[in-house]
Design a protein around this ligand. Structure first.
Ligand SMILES: *Cc1c(COP(=O)(O)O)cnc(C)c1O
Length: 206
């Protein structure tokens, strides 16, 4: 089933797929890895810690909101943190990575819809935020990430366009992480090169 779902998604080769594995069992995740998934995304440090030891070889990204008291463990578990949304968090990642001689690749989470109850840096503040991060030597900013407003896929398009414009105007960034099960095709049309997909790969979450 997972293998079939993976084939049906038709992700272009220039786009990196992050299989979102929150709530999924080790067995399901390993099945996905055997089917060809080479990067996974988890939302919670505790859940990641419980599962990661039992997984086949795979790249691991933190995609959920990260509390500073979980950073020490997170920098050991993950290969990338996609959800950097405050200077306080970035500084903590930098400090904890310095202690273990690691440079953590990170993405800046952008609140592209300026939504009240959403995490992320407001789009108009991103450039300033990047300047503030530039002195941190143990993080490497590689791109931008967003969770678009919950709308019909076609209505999300303007937000993806806005993300791509911001991404291009900054330059020098590698990854534009946007698009989930419902809207990844539109995100890719608008320039995403990293999609995060759970439901379409594994089925509905409980
Ligand atoms: C759960 C989640 C996804 C995947 O959502 P699906 O709709 O299941 O594809 C992507 N990104 C983040 C940050 C998530 O929390």
């Amino acid at each position: 089933m997972i293998k079939e779902n993976l084939g049906n998604m038709n992700i272009p080769s220039h786009v990196k797929l992050i299989a979102v594995t929150k709530t999924r069992t080790v067995e399901e995740i390993n099945e996905a890895i055997r089917a060809g998934v080479n990067c996974i995304g988890e939302n919670r440090v505790k859940e990641a810690e419980e599962k990661f030891n039992l997984l086949l070889k795979v790249e691991k990204h933190m995609i959920g909101s990260l509390q500073t008291n979980k950073v020490k463990l997170a920098v050991e578990l993950f290969d990338m943190i996609q959800s950097v949304d405050s200077l306080k968090l970035a500084k903590e990642i930098d400090k904890r990575c310095a202690a273990i001689h690691k440079v953590m690749p990170v993405l800046i989470e952008v609140n592209i819809g300026n939504e009240k109850n959403k995490h992320g840096i407001n789009p108009e503040d991103v450039k300033n935020f990047l300047l503030e991060l530039s002195s941190l030597k143990h993080i490497s900013v590689q791109g931008l990430m967003c969770v678009a407003p919950m709308l019909e896929p076609e209505q999300v398009r303007p937000y993806f366009k806005k993300m791509k414009q911001l991404f291009d105007s900054i330059g020098n960034l590698k990854w534009l992480s946007m698009g989930m099960s419902n809207d990844y095709k539109i995100a890719i049309e608008e320039g995403s090169n990293m999609v995060r997909i759970g439901t379409l790969l594994f089925g509905k979450r409980e």
